[in-house]
Design a protein. Structure first.
Length: 240
């Protein structure tokens, strides 16, 4: 066993660790280290990023961007068609929207006055009204919304985007889910953000955000001055 003090031992071992880290960085582009789980793209992607604002339990489409004038005529009447039973089985009578609808902008986009400021930008909006679903349950609807299928076993849209476009930084997740710490997991569970049969690197990383931090732990635990004092104390103790 080699004789030496603690400082000499740390110096020798840290040099070895640094050499290993440098070797790993230099070999990232070699043929032997190509990541088969995240292959290079065979095309040039046009989108830099995709942001999906998904509001679980959000407002009704008929109260916002998809008004239905017929509801006023049928207000209070029973549904004219048979509705599939659900676990709650609480299908009541028809209710008209309490919000007034009108046409906005040069395009004449119909929407209610729930969001008057957004309505002023009607000509800048693209609203898709042709998307429908056959499912009465929240879980099935969530799976259909995020994966295109009403059940488990298929990748989420975020996983497909990450798989197709890749990520600029392989050391950071390419697909993140920013969830308020006061909000529960949507119906269907975390699987609606899952990767299914795609590589695990494409699954969503869930961050519980707060009103103080958009991303937890992104801010340093202590101020720079506090950190300097702590390091000075460590150096002082090390020299004793």
């Amino acid at each position: 066993m080699l004789a030496g003090d603690r400082r000499e031992f740390l110096k020798l071992t840290s040099s070895g660790v640094s050499a290993l880290a440098l070797s790993s960085l230099l070999n990232k582009g070699s043929a032997a280290t190509i990541d088969t789980a995240a292959p290079k793209l065979h095309h040039q992607q046009k989108a830099k990023s995709v942001i999906l604002c998904y509001m679980s339990g959000g407002f009704s489409h008929v109260d916002s961007f998809d008004p239905k004038p017929k509801l006023k005529e049928m207000h209070g009447k029973p549904l004219p068609m048979t509705i599939e039973r659900t676990q709650f089985d609480a299908n009541g009578n028809i209710m008209a929207s309490p919000w007034e609808a009108k046409k906005w902008g040069q395009s004449g986009l119909e929407m209610t006055d729930m969001f008057p400021k957004i309505a002023e930008r009607a000509d800048d909006l693209a609203i898709v009204r042709s998307m429908t679903a056959k499912f009465s349950e929240h879980s099935q609807g969530n799976f259909f919304m995020h994966t295109g299928f009403p059940f488990l076993g298929y990748p989420s849209a975020g996983s497909w985007v990450t798989y197709g476009c890749g990520t600029e930084n392989p050391n950071l997740p390419g697909y993140v889910v920013l969830r308020s710490n006061k909000a529960s997991i949507p119906h269907g569970g975390v699987s609606i953000f899952g990767n299914a049969f795609l590589p695990a690197t494409t699954q969503g990383s869930i961050f519980n955000i707060t009103d103080k931090q958009a991303v937890p732990n992104i801010n340093p635990a202590m101020l720079k001055a506090e950190q300097c004092r702590a390091l000075d104390l460590i150096v002082t103790l090390d020299r004793r």
